[in-house]
Design a binder for this molecule. Structure first.
Ligand code: NCD
Ligand code: ZN
Length: 364
């Protein structure tokens, strides 16, 4: 993708920044977890781990058991900290969310509208019915993370985020003026404008995560010369003007926009199928991908805040003291990765940027 503004005058060779966090990732479970977790732990100090397993994570005990499986799958010596989330259903018990939050097990809750995306069949069928949950979240200051798309068959898939904002998010924020909300993996100029319109007050309460793939690609990527399942994700990648709006937001220095990769690995058989799964596995080179975007936008000096400061600010956590280094060295991204699954086998996964060379290398 072409740069939308000039490169900085003196191109730096190295960039040292506080260790970043990933505020939206799918680590999966079992062999796939064993195969993918190291990629996230290599770059990121913490990550918000999405709860859309099968069955979904709905209790503190399930989240704690999952957290232990993640820790057990980490490479020796890793200090990566998974931050766990609860999956909202129509029947979830708000007292369980509060207990889990107070016990330090649940960092946040995730709302999937029913059938909006992968493993969301148990999601929420009617947001209006969750009043006791929202009352609790607002009272205890527990963030609500939103998959912000309506699921109505009559709404065009490219419009589902904008319609969600108008129909559900705006009224929800009016009803709960102190609830903390993250609109996850935003994909449209409407989402950017909406989040910007909510700014005000001492600390942001409505924020958004932005993925590397929505910054790098527009929807042509899915259809250039054929059908490319590796660029299919949800919310689906939109047209160019939306990509440009996301890039402007990411590099703006507005603390309401921060890093969330939405790395979502699926097996080849699930991606290359008559009805293929949504999700892009970007964890192996996510930070390098963001660095490329920030440099193209002439905003490398703002990468650290987006990647390492604004997320902790929203979640009320300290930024990391440790640093990481990006060096200007070409990184050829393999066409496919064969990752050990912890059981003597391998998982074959296609990483984002497969076959390309990225200009920044994460050292170590
Ligand atoms: C995610 C997954 O595979 O779990 N897929 C995706 O396309 N992003 C679910 C999600 O975040 O929507
Ligand atoms: Zn996701």
């Amino acid at each position: 993708m072409s740069a939308s503004s000039a490169a900085p005058q003196a191109a730096p060779r190295s960039l040292v920044m506080r260790r970043p966090d990933d505020w939206h990732v799918h680590l999966r479970d079992g062999p796939l977890l064993n195969a993918v977790v190291a990629a996230t732990a290599r770059a990121f100090g913490r990550a918000i781990v999405m709860p859309n397993l099968s069955p979904p994570i709905t209790t503190a005990a399930m989240a704690e058991a999952y957290r232990q499986r993640i820790l057990a799958a980490l490479p020796p010596g890793s200090r990566f900290q998974p931050l766990m989330t609860a999956y909202l259903t129509d029947t979830i018990d708000p007292a369980e969310l509060e207990r889990g939050h107070r016990a330090g097990i649940f960092t946040a809750v995730k709302l999937y509208p029913a059938n909006a995306t992968t493993n969301s069949a148990h999601g929420v069928t009617d947001i209006a019915k969750l009043t006791p949950v929202f009352d609790t979240l607002e009272r205890i200051g527990m963030p609500l993370l939103l998959h912000g798309e309506v699921t109505d068959a009559e709404i065009d898939i490219f419009d589902r985020e904008a319609v969600f904002i108008e129909r559900h998010l705006q009224p929800l924020l009016e009803r709960y003026p102190r609830m903390k909300v993250v609109l996850e993996h935003i994909t449209t100029s409407e989402a950017v404008a909406f989040v910007e319109s909510q700014a005000g007050g001492d600390s942001p309460r409505v924020c958004a995560t932005i993925t590397p793939h929505h910054l790098q690609l527009n929807r042509n990527a899915m259809f250039s010369g054929g059908l490319w399942p590796d660029f299919y994700c949800l919310p689906v990648i939109k047209r160019e003007r939306h990509r440009l709006a996301l890039r402007r937001a990411a590099v703006s220095g507005n603390p309401c926009f921060f890093l969330g990769t939405d790395s979502a690995p699926h097996r080849r058989s699930a991606k290359e199928a008559a009805c293929g799964c949504a999700g892009i596995f970007n964890a192996p080179h996510a930070l390098e991908s963001y660095a490329q975007v920030f440099e193209q936008e002439g905003a490398l000096h703002r990468l650290e805040a987006f990647a390492s400061l604004f997320g902790p600010g929203f979640y009320g956590l300290p930024p990391h003291e440790q640093t990481v280094e990006l060096r200007r060295e070409p990184v050829p991204v393999p066409r496919r990765l064969e990752l050990a699954d912890g059981n003597g086998g391998v998982e074959v996964l296609v990483p984002f940027h497969a076959g390309q060379t990225l200009p920044w290398r994460l050292v170590g």
